[in-house]
Design a protein around this ligand. Structure first.
Ligand code: CDP
Ligand code: CDP
Length: 225
């Protein structure tokens, strides 16, 4: 048995955090936690109960009613439950994406999500992806990774994902959305996206997904030995 290690994977949208983290988790026998999905689930819940005109007070009040759970499945997928309901698909909708920035800016929301993840980390060896995992949530993580890639490359990756689902989305539009989200994520007063001083920086722009997985896995294996 190895100790309950924590691997923190941060980086901007489309840098490969979730796809790479899930594969490393499978290979190394870690639990995967998708922190973005937790923020998405809270956003969905708020929208469902207050509509799009919610206030900060609404969000803080509703936090007490929300019970979140995440399960990392044997097939490498991750299921997010909100009050017993599987919301893994619904949290990916556009309305959630439009409002998530406003919700994830609220300090009480961030503290709630951070508390949950720290609680889960007590019982499991985990790999967690997000924006502030190595800086705020787990500053003592055993391994910290900062994944990056150019805006162009990240937009192309997203475009390929859409194409696989039969959707044709303009790459320039995706580039604009990603750049806007980078600004929002990097300039948040609390929990902003930034590289921890002791994180391993990986520019994945010219790397295949498999190369990134192999590299991170080699770092994890060294700590687990
Ligand atoms: O997959 P993608 O990078 O598009 O987003 P995500 O990881 O699902 O996260 C959705 C949003 O939640 C991000 O744009 C962040 O604004 C927010 N988030 C955050 O504030 N802190 C985290 N640790 C993770 C996500
Ligand atoms: O979680 P995050 O938003 O950081 O990115 P992701 O959803 O894991 O990755 C976005 C897309 O880029 C996925 O379709 C991955 O398969 C792909 N990817 C890639 O083409 N090359 C890499 N080195 C990493 C991810």
């Amino acid at each position: 048995m190895h100790k309950n290690i924590v691997v923190a994977v941060d980086g901007p949208a489309g840098s490969g955090k979730s796809s790479v983290s899930k594969e490393v988790a499978k290979r190394a026998g870690l639990q995967y936690i998708d922190s973005g999905a937790l923020y998405r689930a809270i956003t969905l819940y708020v929208l469902k109960h207050c509509g799009e005109q919610f206030t900060r007070d609404d969000v803080c009040r509703l936090l007490g009613d929300i019970q979140l759970k995440q399960v990392f499945n044997n097939d490498g997928s991750c299921t997010t439950y909100c009050n017993g309901l599987d919301v893994s698909e619904t949290i990916r909708n556009e309305t959630v994406a439009t409002h998530i920035g406003k919700i994830s800016d609220i300090v009480a929301v961030r503290e709630y999500v951070n508390m949950l993840m720290r609680m889960w980390a007590k019982d499991h060896a985990i790999i967690v992806d997000g924006r502030d995992i190595g800086t705020v949530v787990f500053p003592d993580a055993d391994i910290k990774i900062y994944l990056d890639a150019t805006v162009e490359e990240r937009a192309l990756r997203r475009a390929r994902e859409y194409a696989q689902k039969g959707k044709n989305i303009d790459v320039n539009e995706l580039k604009m959305h990603i750049a806007r989200r980078d600004q929002q994520d990097m300039n948040r007063p609390y929990g902003a996206l930034k590289k921890a001083h002791d994180a391993v920086y990986i520019d994945t722009s010219a790397m295949t997904q498999q190369e990134v997985i192999d590299y991170i896995y080699s770092l994890v294996r060294n700590v687990m030995i």
